[in-house]
Design a protein around this ligand. Sequence first.
Ligand code: C2E
Ligand code: CA
Ligand code: CA
Ligand code: CA
Length: 273
Amino acid sequence: AKKNGRDDSAMFDPVMQEKLDYSTCLDKELRQSLKQKDFVLYYQPQYDAKQNLVSAEALIRWNHPELGLVNPGDFIKVAEESNLILPIGDWVLSEACQQLKKWQSDPQYQHLSLSVNISAKQIWQKDFVAGIKRIVSDSDINVSKLKLEITESILLRDINGTAEKLNDLVAFGLTFSLDDFGTGYSSLGYLKNLPIDELKIDQSFIRDLFDNKMDLIMVKSIIDLGKNFGINVVAEGVETEAHFEILKEFGCKIYQGYYFSRPVPVSEFVTLI
Ligand code: C2E
Ligand code: CA
Ligand code: CA
Ligand code: CA
């Protein structure tokens, strides 16, 4: 549409228009789906070095009326931009807590911890801490098994306020995991200022472990860092036996990836034990 560069700001841009239509429409559909609770949580198992199933990550799927199951990569960003991530995030947490409650009343599943992804947008809300406490208290779970996964992006705003919120929730009994570790822009300084219990090595480093010397060094360094700080390290995106073997050699504690299992509905998850 744009031919000359001058004074075309008001000109119709079909590509942009399409994007806008797409996202407003997505937005509307998400809103509708939220009312109808058209979401579902999948669970991906996490194993220790001896391949005992020790924990799970809850991952949302959107059960779209026409498209079927939609992955979060296709809607979380729009949900964050429209703030719909706030009610969606509440739904995720409450659903995950109900699941955890069930596991905690069954000796076979009692030992499991459950990780839930929390968007930075949620954490930046004034009533974030109160909201989490309310949902967790309502579900009557043993809080120590609930882990919240956050990313370095939370540090883009109000670092002190954020640290305070996390500390408050740690005092309440929750633990925090730092997701996609190594991909953010922040310095390591936050590791000593934030109450982080676990680091998740981003899957991009694991993927190229054998093709890229830098990635190999990076992965080994993160595992050593975890040991030195007394922080558990989870390797994400473990796709092959070779990945698993070398990570074990490096002393990684927890493993998650397609080599073991994809994220699955809860009915399938319980058969993995
Ligand atoms: P994430 O938190 O980094 O989650 C891990 C993603 O990697 C998942 O994708 C999982 O299916 C995928 N994965 C696991 N193992 C492997 C593997 O071995 N190989 C490969 N190639 N991929 C693997 P998924 O479920 O599509 O989720 C994508 C992202 O969407 C998540 O990345 C997370 O950032 C976001 N997300 C998912 N659920 C939620 C949620 O409830 N709330 C929020 N705020 N974000 C969520
Ligand atoms: Ca995650
Ligand atoms: Ca991750
Ligand atoms: Ca990611």
